[in-house]
Every structure is written in structure tokens, then in C-alpha cells.
Design a protein around this ligand. Structure first.
Ligand SMILES: N[C@@H](CCC(=O)N[C@@H](CS)C(=O)NCC(=O)O)C(=O)O
Length: 223
């Protein structure tokens, strides 16, 4: 679901590409995948295990969220797909190293005070390093990596930012926003990502995010 949201944000951000046909497979019963879904997936990756998201667009079938977002970005062009190759490399690196993606590791150790404190200290250090990353790679004062416009790597980050905040607050009493406030570039970036219409209109509410995580934890616990 998280990765499907990546595509939803990217699709919303690249509306201008005016595809003739477009279907995003976001949710299907993943414990009981339909034959239709498996067959659609196979069109792109015949040997792979069928996973969401799958995007069917103008006769092409795309799988793997990063591959799909870059496809959309290339079709949309700048600013979503930065014109400069070095900038695109920075964008890919940012999506790779951003500190908001590992929050499930916190939730797993939430009952162990010392292990949780260690994770929080690591996260604080990661956010500090991310600030330095932005000082090096960011254009001007942001708020985004490439200035005032969002690019594909912020679309890739968005669901992780949106989900880490309510999940860490609810399950671990860790305030991600407060930690980010210590670092001006990170704070401006995550605020701008969350306020972007493509993110604000596709993301679930905080309550739904926490409910989804609760369901997922129950599912893991029952296995
Ligand atoms: N690397 C893939 C991962 C996608 C993925 O893990 N999808 C999960 C749902 S979030 C899925 O469809 N799982 C079904 C399965 O593994 O059978 C991507 O980034 O698109």
C-alpha cells in the first residue's frame, strides 16, 4: 500500500502528461490474488511474484515503484524529472538514504525501552546527517531538493514521511516533527512534502495510517 501511494503521488504530480488510459492496481487481496491481477503483473515481469503497485498506462504495464515513478517522471519532464543528470543522481540518492523509511524497526522494539532509545538516538543522528546531505545537494533554500518544485524523489519519500509521523507518535511516543524542527532544511522539506496537493489529497488520515499499522501487526503476530 505504501508503495502504491508513491505511484498515486507521482500520478497526481504528473497529471500534465495526459495519458490516454491509466489503471493503478493499488490494493487487491494480497493473501488471495486474483488471476486477473497475476496475469497483469506477468505482462511486465513474467517470473516475479505478483506485487502491487502495478500501473497500466497507454498500453504499457509497469511494476516496481521506483521504476514506475521514474517512467512517469521521464514522461512528464522537468521539473518533476530534473533536467540535469547530476541532479537526478542526487534525487535518486535522496530517495535511497532518506531517514523516514525505517520506522517499522522502531515499532518492533517498542516494548524494550533501551532498544527503543537506541533507535531514537540513531534516527536523530540520521536526521542530522540528512540536513547535511541537503546542505550539499539542495538548490538554494529549497524547500525541495531542486528548489520550489517537487521532483520524483520527493514523491518516493512522501508516503514514508506521512506514515512515520503518526505511527511513531502512536506506537513509540516519538515525535518525528519535533526532531525534524531542529534541522531547518529537513523541517522545510517535510513540511513542503506534506502540504503538496499531490500528497495531501492522496494520503490516508493519521487515524487510518495507525489503524492500518495495527492490522498489519496483528497479521504478523498471528503468523
Ligand atoms: N519492491 C517493490 C515492493 C512492492 C511490495 O512489497 N508490495 C507488497 C505490498 S506493499 C505486495 O504486493 N506484496 C504481496 C506479496 O508479496 O505477495 C516495489 O517497490 O514496488
Amino acid at each position: 500500500m505504501q508503495r502504491a501511494l508513491v505511484i498515486a503521488v507521482a500520478l497526481h504530480s504528473t497529471r500534465a502528461l495526459s495519458a490516454k488510459s491509466c489503471t493503478l492496481w493499488m490494493e487487491c487481496d494480497l493473501q488471495n490474488k486474483s488471476e486477473e491481477f497475476i496475469n497483469v503483473y506477468k505482462k511486465a515481469n513474467p517470473g516475479g511474484r505478483a506485487k502491487v503497485p502495478v500501473l497500466e498506462i497507454d498500453g504499457d504495464t509497469l511494476v516496481e515503484s521506483s521504476v514506475t515513478v521514474e517512467y512517469l517522471a521521464e514522461r512528464a519532464g522537468a521539473p518533476f524529472y530534473p533536467a540535469d543528470a547530476a541532479k537526478r543522481a542526487s534525487a535518486r540518492l535522496m530517495a535511497e538514504i532518506q531517514p523516514f523509511q525505517n520506522y517499522f524497526a522502531f515499532i518492533k522494539v517498542r516494548d524494550d525501552k533501551d532498544a527503543l532509545a537506541k533507535k531514537v538516538a540513531e534516527f536523530e543522528e540520521d536526521v542530522e546527517n540528512f540536513e547535511t546531505f541537503l546542505e550539499i545537494h539542495q538548490d538554494s533554500e529549497g524547500p525541495f531538493l531542486c528548489g520550489t518544485e517537487m521532483c520524483f524523489s520527493e514523491a518516493m519519500m512522501a508516503p514514508f514521511v506521512a506514515r512515520s509521523i503518526p505511527n511513531l507518535k502512536h506506537f513509540c511516543d516519538v515525535d518525528v516533527k519535533e526532531i525534524c524542527k531542529r534541522h531547518p532544511r529537513v523541517n522545510k522539506l517535510i513540511t513542503a512534502i506534506l502540504e503538496r496537493p499531490s500528497v495531501a489529497s492522496t494520503r490516508p488520515s493519521d487515524e487510518d495510517i495507525v489503524a492500518g499499522m495495527t492490522r498489519m501487526m496483528k497479521m504478523f503476530a498471528s503468523k
